[in-house]
Design a protein around this ligand. Structure first.
Ligand code: UDP
Length: 327
């Protein structure tokens, strides 16, 4: 089966391309390399360009005739999205709209869409289900929710099937460490903790120690990037078999505090990782933990990895690629 992966040079997209290749799929990657790294694409068939460029996509879709599309290409930095709403709406919503239009024109019937827990905003404590109201508190979450809604109407009118997967905190790397996370600048907790372990940063800054959580620091639900990709394959199979569209959370049902992450990283790496608690980062909800019961029951998804695996696989990547990809 042929799968077109947009954003396949980015962190999650490159893992998807790699794992789908390992599973025997034929993979085609489209990425404009605005954030991604060509080295992350490996030996997949690669087209450089914008997914919203209909002329370009006409060529890509015409040449390859994929059976399905997994759509990752997007801007995804919450802080940046608050400074650049125009760029975020244009790059995420408008480009996706043109992409979906191209898919309809080429009769591609199935899309898996990379969505986010940011569609929920700051929900009350407790497990977040797909029924938890959507109330994004940043432009990034708004754009992803807008795309989910657009997919619903494209499905109704044009029969484009979709499953949107709302990711919680994706982390870790391919277990053999040859691909991994390389954001510039890096803002995510686990890569930053590991940069401290490598001595690339002196000390950890923990944002806020006075949250109503077990130790006062924020709690997040970390899902291994490879477990996340497994769910994409299951979503695709489910959609192709049943024609059912929908939205699924992807998390683990359990959370770790920021201090617990630092402590686990100390254990995994053996490095001291000095950490200071400083002021809260604006916009951080105290706790975000997913119920992934629907993904488990309906898609048949089951995670394979826990937090120590996540951190040790990420460590394998970071410690062997201290400067990330060479591009
Ligand atoms: N965080 C932190 N120090 C850092 C980076 C992140 O304390 O240098 C905290 C952040 O405030 C949040 C948690 O780590 O409570 C996870 O943040 P991340 O940016 O990794 O993911 P998010 O939950 O924002 O998607």
């Amino acid at each position: 089966m042929k799968i077109l992966i947009t954003g396949g040079a980015g962190y999650i997209g490159s893992h998807c391309a790699e794992i789908f290749k390992e599973k025997g799929y034929e993979v085609i990657v489209v990425d404009n390399l605005s954030k991604g790294h060509e080295a992350a694409v490996g030996n997949a068939k690669f087209y450089k360009g914008n997914v919203g460029d209909e002329e370009f996509m006409y060529k890509v879709l015409g040449e390859n005739k994929p059976d399905a599309v997994i759509h990752f290409a997007a801007y995804s930095l919450v802080g940046e999205s608050m400074q650049k709403p125009y760029e975020y709406y244009k790059n995420n919503v408008c480009e996706s709209m043109n992409l979906f239009h191209s898919l309809v024109r080429h009769d591609v019937k199935n899309v898996v869409f990379s969505s986010t827990a940011a569609t929920y905003g700051q929900p009350e404590d407790g497990l977040i289900t797909e029924k938890t109201p959507n109330a994004p508190i940043n432009t990034y979450g708004e754009t992803k929710l807008a795309i989910e809604k657009m997919l619903k109407w494209f499905n109704t009118a044009y029969g484009l099937n979709y499953i949107a997967l709302r990711y919680f905190n994706v982390a870790g790397a391919h277990p053999d460490g040859h691909i991994g996370e390389d954001h510039r600048p890096e803002t995510h907790l686990i890569p930053i903790v590991l940069q401290c372990a490598m001595g690339k940063r002196e000390r950890m800054k923990i944002f806020g120690g006075d949250y109503p959580t077990k130790d006062g620091t924020c709690v997040r639900d970390y899902i291994h990037v490879c477990d996340l990709i497994d769910a994409h394959e299951l979503a695709l199979k489910h959609m192709q078999k049943t024609g059912e569209c929908g939205v699924y959370n992807l998390g683990t049902g359990g959370g770790y505090s920021n201090l617990e992450i630092v402590e686990t990283a100390r254990k995994v790496t053996g490095a001291p990782i000095p950490a200071d608690i400083i002021d809260r980062r604006p916009g951080d909800p105290p706790t975000l933990v997913a119920s992934s019961e629907n993904a488990e029951k309906i898609l048949g998804w089951k995670r394979r990895y826990g937090i120590e695996d996540i951190i040790s696989h990420a460590w394998k990547w970071h410690s062997t690629h201290p400067d990330g990809y060479k591009d």
